[in-house]
Ligand binder design. Structure first.
Ligand code: GLU
Length: 478
């Protein structure tokens, strides 16, 4: 069981407690809330792989929370702490997340209990291929039924091995590539997937700053420019979020917490330099662009405007919630705030942008990748040149009109360049992601704004999501 502190609930209990709070405000038919809440199945596999001259036994899980839409979707994590309670909680969050951002998926999650740093690439490949075989035998990886993706400790590399292993097992399946998302571009991946969760975090925070009522609740004002942000975890999600927010929105990343400690700079850290330093040195200690604090938990309690936990679950818990000074918390990780901490922070008026919304960018772009794989064509391939031709026609006509009427307008080269270039796959992905994040935010916020009983954004997000799942069950005749 994943209990960060003995007196606190497990991760799954925590998700269930938040779910229950939302259900209490809804009018669902008897028994339906329970049907939605429970995890449909969890498969545990133990398999042996011969490595370094002996057989090593590994334990893996794939949990399917809800099949109201298929395939079910969710990442696979590699970490020594992986356990059944955790994958079930994470699978449930995937269900609610997909429903909130309107993706046609049920929720699932998987994990393998190992520390990826203990094994070299060739060994990890052997383990991953064997795990894929076990999942495939039970249809827990399949383009139509269950589509894994990267999560903590996994990346494009593991997805490439999984896709290849699946393809070998199902050579006749023309859609085999759609069996996982988050693949490298050359293996059917999509532009913008690697940074998608971080990009989604940026879009989410931009939405908050476009919503004066919410900003006022958090006691913040103005634009993102100059806001003091603390980021916990400089992995794929934390790094991209911090990098985009600082380089594109002018926010100041005043501290980053990592495994070996935290690094701080009140004027703002250079995120790309820090990431490079972390990659080379395996820690942030000694980074010349900031001061080091060996107790990384201290960074969470720094005086700042926005706190972005982007690593593990339960890092904000009943023990430290009272000392958090941020007025706004954006949950880039899954489950970073326990139910107990959530209640304490709510009482203190801290605004929390919940995980199921804030980190939905990853699975949203996974959806685009899955659709691309099923369509067997890159987005924009058919229309790009035609779009450019039509734009050129308009530009030429404007120039002709301007010359004929003697108005003497000239279109700037910069404008022409941008207007005449048809959208690339990356631009289309960003547009789809931005639209998804804005749409979901509006629905979540409207739920909070229009119903005075709704105490916070998390409850609002659960309500929107549960209502959608209930509707699908209703149309299934349940
Ligand atoms: N692991 C990511 C998440 O927690 C992505 C899941 C996916 O793309 O299916 O949302």
């Amino acid at each position: 069981m994943n209990r960060p502190f003995p007196h606190q609930a497990s991760f799954r209990d925590s998700v269930d407690a938040m779910f229950a709070e939302a259900v209490a405000l809804m009018d669902l038919p008897p028994g339906l809330a329970e049907k939605i809440r429970v995890c449909n199945s969890t498969y545990t596999v133990r398999f042996g792989v011969r490595l370094r001259g002996q057989i090593h036994t590994f334990t893996g899980y794939r949990s399917v929370h809800s099949e109201h839409h298929e395939p079910v979707k969710g990442g696979i994590r590699y970490a020594p702490s992986v356990n059944q309670d955790e994958v079930e909680a994470l699978a449930a969050l995937m269900t609610y997340k997909c429903a909130l951002v309107e993706l046609p998926f049920g929720g699932s999650k998987g994990g393998l209990r190992l520390d990826p740093r203990d094994w070299d690439a060739a060994e990890l490949e052997q383990i991953t291929r064997r795990f894929t075989y076990e999942l495939s035998r039970r249809r827990l990886i399949s383009p139509s039924q269950n589509v894994p993706a990267p999560d903590m400790g996994t990346s494009e590399r593991e997805m490439a091995w999984m896709a290849d292993a699946y393809k070998r097992l199902h050579p006749e399946d023309i859609d085999a590539r759609a069996c996982v998302t988050g693949k490298p571009i050359g293996m059917g991946g999509i532009s913008g997937r690697v940074e998608a969760t971080g990009r989604g975090v940026q879009y989410a925070l931009r939405e908050v700053f476009r919503t004066p009522e919410l900003l006022a609740r958090a006691g913040l004002e103005g634009s993102l420019e100059g806001q003091r942000i603390v980021v916990q975890g400089l992995g794929n999600v934390g790094y991209h979020a911090a990098s985009f927010l600082s380089s594109e929105d002018g926010a100041r990343i005043i501290a980053v917490a990592e495994r070996d400690g935290a690094v701080m700079n009140p004027d703002g850290l250079n995120i790309d330099d820090l990431r490079e330093y972390l990659r080379k040195n395996g820690g942030v200690k000694g980074f010349p662009g900031g001061t080091f604090e060996p107790d990384s938990a201290q960074a969470l309690e720094l005086d700042c405007d926005v706190l972005i936990p982007a690593a593990m679950e339960a890092v904000i818990n009943e023990e430290n919630a009272g000392r958090i000074k941020a007025r706004l918390i954006l949950e880039a990780a899954n489950g970073p705030t326990t139910a107990g901490a959530d209640a304490i922070l709510r009482k203190r008026g801290v605004v929390i942008v919940p995980d199921m919304y804030a980190n939905a960018g990853g699975v949203t772009v996974s959806y685009f990748e899955w659709v691309k794989n099923l369509g067997h064509i890159t987005f924009g391939r058919l229309e790009r040149r035609q779009e450019e031709d039509r734009h050129r026609l308009l530009v030429e006509e404007l120039q002709r009109l301007s010359a004929d009427t003697g108005l003497g307008w000239t279109l700037s080269e910069g404008f022409k360049q941008r207007y005449l270039t048809g959208a690339s796959e990356l631009e289309l992905v960003r547009s789809g992601l931005d639209d998804t994040m804005r749409g979901a935010f509006q629905q979540m916020f409207a739920q909070l704004h229009n119903d005075s009983r709704v105490p916070d954004l998390r409850t609002a997000a659960f309500m929107v999501s549960i209502r959608r799942i209930a509707e699908s069950y209703h149309s299934l005749g349940l």
